[in-house]
Design a protein around this ligand. Sequence first.
Ligand code: ADP
Length: 350
Amino acid sequence: MSANEDERIVTPSLRNEDTTVEHALRPKTLDDFIGQDRVRNQIDVLLSAARKRQSPADHILLSGPPGLGKTTLALILASEMQTPIRVTSGPAITHAGDLAAVLSSLVEGEILFLDEIHRLPRPAEELLYLAMEDFRVDVIVGKGPGATAIPLQLPRFTLVGATTRAGLLPSPLRDRFGFTAHLDFYDQKEIENVLVRSAALLGLQIDKESVSEIAGRSRGTPRIANRLLRRVRDLAQVEGGDHLTLAHAKRALEIYEVDDKGLDRLDRSVLSALIERFNGGPVGLSTLAIAVGEETETVESVAEPFLVRNGFMARTPRGRIATPMGWAHLGRKAPAEAPTSLFDTPASDA
Ligand code: ADP
């Protein structure tokens, strides 16, 4: 995450300030976990079966955008199974040996939570295949032709992998998970429930209208909802109370420049450059990034997914284009000759 990303109030990634509060707001049981009914039911069955068999659950892959509850679910799995959990991530493992050390220090039944598993280095990934399948790692001793592999038996553990990019996982790895759960963005009602729950935990009183206002700007993401709630709380507290009204919500979100559809300054500047400077496109991603003075990667991984998912912008083989909804959001009307046939063309990285 870039420094710039850490400044954005609507980033779905974890910001430094979130860490302690998130801990307090994290649901601790499956019953407490709001929404994602399909995934919750699947995990419920999986856990009941594992408990009945009195053996560790199958390996589980959790996929979905950041801030939707993957870490929370892994922690819930551990507490429901009453097993310890070890937390690490793909980028934290720089060598296969790091992973071998983690694996060999697990205890029977322990859960290993491997966040951003798609960023695991290749040799570590290969070591994981054997560990997941046979609960074994081969420790290589020596070098060159004299090198020998000494098998090391591991305790039975459950790997819970999390990824924002399931498509990037090689199929031998994906196939070794007994179950893949895909987390989706939450709907308005579910985000409202998250907010009501968090407000109660933070000892705040909050009006219904305020809940729905904040939920509408939270991009279907509990992490963002909780963060916006804290900013509205700040404003209410500065004004001397723990009662959050619609007026507080509107004002706080205005201060932080999150508009009524959840777009922040970066999203709006990308959309506005696309429309004002390139007449709605098509335009290449890097040209667009230069126009808004941002890194290409920031535009690609931060603003674009949100704008595309919400129908403000589309990716076409010829470049990015603004959709009629994108034009309308900036109070403009799409030109009649807008290349509508491009809207349903498959996405590309043009
Ligand atoms: P991820 O690992 O997918 O990035 P997290 O599990 O860290 O996301 O979730 C971010 C925060 O959002 C958590 O601390 C928790 O407070 C909140 N959260 C996520 N999912 C839910 C949910 N289903 N119900 C209530 N709160 C949730």
